[in-house]
Design a binder for this molecule. Sequence first.
Ligand code: ADP
Length: 165
Amino acid sequence: MTNISIIQDDITTLKVDAIVNAANSSLRGGGGVDGAIHRAAGSELDLACQKLGGCPTGQAKTTPGFNLPAKYVIHTVGPIWHAGHQHEAELLAACYQNSLREAQQHHCQSIAFPAISTGIYGYPLTPATKIALQTVQKFAGDIHVIFVCFDEKTFTVYQQLLPEL
Ligand code: ADP
């Protein structure tokens, strides 16, 4: 059984091995959770990201956490919602799978995910949550996965869908 927790919190405050950033393909920071992570980690994070040369949608790349309590930041680029016509579901699943692979490669025992693509990128919350839960259950192995919901609505949907797994 995969070890999954669902909490309502600010991901930048968590002392876990890795937090996942819902980044954009430039990896140069942005709004939402991306902006919050860059602010909390400090400017060294942007310098480290510059060296990575961007990241394609669905892929994931790792940096240190710098001033964050988390050891690592795993940057993944979620798909922008285009009414489901541009392989969004596969790309979103790939974000979770590739982030977990990065965590395994860095010997992480705990990883915290935000609700990737469901903010500025517009992915509808319920199908995105199903993909998050199903993909993590399939690929997390022994890693403790924490889904970090920023708002009440997201927290409620995650809690409702978890028993359906
Ligand atoms: P995307 O561009 O992938 O949609 P967003 O950052 O706009 O990314 O939103 C993804 C999710 O992250 C949303 O549910 C948003 O409310 C949430 N979020 C924003 N700030 C934080 C934070 N500090 N910690 C955790 N989740 C956050």
